[in-house]
Structures are given as C-alpha cells and as structure tokens.
Design a protein around this ligand. Structure first.
Ligand SMILES: NC(=O)c1ccc[n+]([C@@H]2O[C@H](COP(=O)([O-])OP(=O)(O)OC[C@H]3O[C@@H](n4cnc5c(N)ncnc54)[C@H](O)[C@@H]3O)[C@@H](O)[C@H]2O)c1
Length: 262
C-alpha cells in the first residue's frame, strides 16, 4: 500500500466522518497526514490512532474560515513533515434545513463561510505552498452541488460554488504552469455524524419519522439502495491524490450510488 509514499497531505475536517476516513486511507497508502479540525478532542484521537498503528499523522487545530489559521497550518505541515503535496478541503456543515424564504442572512452567511469561503482559503494557501513543486487539491462538494433539494438553498449554493471554484482554480493553475491538479468529489448521502445529526434534528422536529424510516427514505434516493460508506469517498480521494489521476484536473468525481443518474 504505497500509492502515496513520500507524500505529505493536509486534510480538513479530519476529526470524524469523511475527513477521518480520508486521513486513514492516505496514511495507509504511505502519506504523512496533518489532521486538521476545529474539534481538538476528536481529531487528536484520530491522529493518535493512526500514529499508534505505525502511521505518520499529527493533529493541528484549524478553523477553516480563519485565514491566519490557514497560514499557520500550512507552515506547520511543512515544518513537521517537510513539504506539502496534497490538500483535501473537506470540512463542512450541513444545511440549516429551512425554506429559503425563512433563512436568515446570518444563517446563509454561516453555511457559505464554512462550506465555501473555507475552500477558497484552502485553495489559495495550497496553491501558494505547492506552486513550485506541484500537488493535488481535492475539494469535497456534494451531489447537492450538481442537483438541488428543498430546504437546502444555503448548502446547494455553497457546494455549487465549490464545484465552479474547483474548475476555476484548475484552469488557472494549469495556465500559470503550476503542476497542481484541482478536482472535486461529489458524494451522495454517506453515513457520517453529519447525516446522523441531520436525521436526528428532522426526527425531533417532526419532519421525519423514526431514524429507521429516515435512513430508508435516504437509501431509496440512491439506485444502489443504500447510503455510502466513508471509505468509498476516501478511496476516490486517494485516487485523485495519486499519480493514477495525473491527467485529471477541473473535473467532478461523482461517488453517489447513482443519485444523480436519474
Ligand atoms: N455525509 C454526507 O452524506 C455528505 C454528502 C456530500 C458531501 N458531504 C460533505 O463532506 C464533508 C464532510 O462531511 P461529513 O459527513 O464527514 O461531516 P461530519 O459532520 O461528520 O464531519 C465534519 C468535520 O468538519 C469539522 N468542521 C466543521 N466546521 C469546521 C470549521 N469551521 N473548521 C474546521 N473544521 C470544521 C467538524 O468538527 C467535523 O470533524 C462536508 O464538506 C460535507 O458537506 C457529506
């Protein structure tokens, strides 16, 4: 398992869910990984587990909406592991879950800040750090960056923005002669704390039946008849980080059990 041997990766939102799975998969493939997140306890536990299993991983606190914190995490990655080759902009939050007409400007701005501004900052500082040696930037969007849902205007706008930001960054890096590829991943519904939390909130508010009913409804949206596993997104991220995807930039890797196919 050496597809990322010698590479240094920075993964945001690494404390749980997709970010934890991506960190684990990249360490397993030989990368050294900075696990960055706003949640210190959860993310230190992820980094410790990877280290205890013999991998190279370290925790760094990061609020992805804070530009000074981005500068610090890129610097620390280079100090700890001697470089930076892969940045995964994964941290994000779920939609507020309100009709657009009821969404406040503050709620809108919070989602856009954590789900889109963060990716702008991550791309900006990754490009600055990687432009001489090259690298791979992977932005985690969503199927909801491609097709819409109700009660998700904030999230759909942010994730659609991530999709186009990715393409703009890819084209710009290529035109500038930087050997940096930039791609987005578009997961369907994946069983993570984010989805569990959204279901729990829906059940509590009475907009969804029981947890089981909600899972079944979500599963039915995917022709494969189930939610995805975090590892299935992590596998796509490893592919985009590795040389196996060397002719891919500015593209959308859809990992959705067929959600967007019908
Ligand atoms: N789970 C899904 O079904 C699904 C589907 C499509 C896209 N996504 C996207 O995948 C990404 C990861 O989702 P997940 O399901 O693993 O979520 P999750 O809630 O399980 O984990 C998100 C992580 O991001 C961290 N985070 C939140 N705000 C942060 C901030 N300001 N700074 C730094 N870290 C912060 C959290 O602490 C947490 O560790 C998100 O961008 C999400 O929108 C998820």
């Amino acid at each position: 398992m050496t597809r990322l041997a010698g590479k240094v990766a920075l993964v945001t939102g690494a404390g749980m869910g997709l970010g934890a799975a991506i960190s684990e998969a990249m360490v397993r493939e030989g990368a050294s990984v900075i696990c960055a997140d706003i949640d210190r306890d959860a993310t230190e536990a992820v980094a410790d587990k990877l280290q205890n299993a013999g991998g190279k991983a370290a925790f760094q606190e990061l609020n992805v909406t804070d530009e000074a914190a981005w500068e610090a995490v890129v610097q620390r990655t280079q100090d700890v592991f001697g470089g930076l080759d892969i940045v995964v902009n994964n941290a994000g939050v779920a939609p507020v879950g309100k009709m657009l007409e009821d969404l406040t400007l503050d709620e809108w701005r919070r989602t856009l800040s954590i789900d889109l501004d963060s990716v702008f900052l991550g791309c900006k500082h990754a490009i600055r750090a990687m432009k001489t040696k090259g690298g791979s930037i992977i932005n985690v969007s969503s199927v909801l960056g491609m097709v819409a849902t109700d009660k998700g205007a904030d999230y759909c706008a942010a994730k659609g923005g991530v999709r186009q930001l990715t393409k703009a960054a890819a084209v710009e890096c290529a035109s500038a002669g930087y050997n940096i590829r930039v791609n987005s991943i578009h997961p369907g519904f994946i069983d993570t704390p984010l989805v569990k939390g959204a279901i729990a909130r829906g059940v509590e508010a009475g907009t969804m039946g029981s947890d089981n009913e909600a899972y079944e409804l979500l599963a039915m949206l995917h022709p494969l008849g189930r939610l995805g596993y975090p590892k299935e997104i992590a596998d796509a991220a490893v592919f985009l980080a590795s040389g196996e995807s060397s002719f891919m930039t500015g593209t959308e890797v859809v990992v959705d059990g067929g959600y967007t196919a019908r």
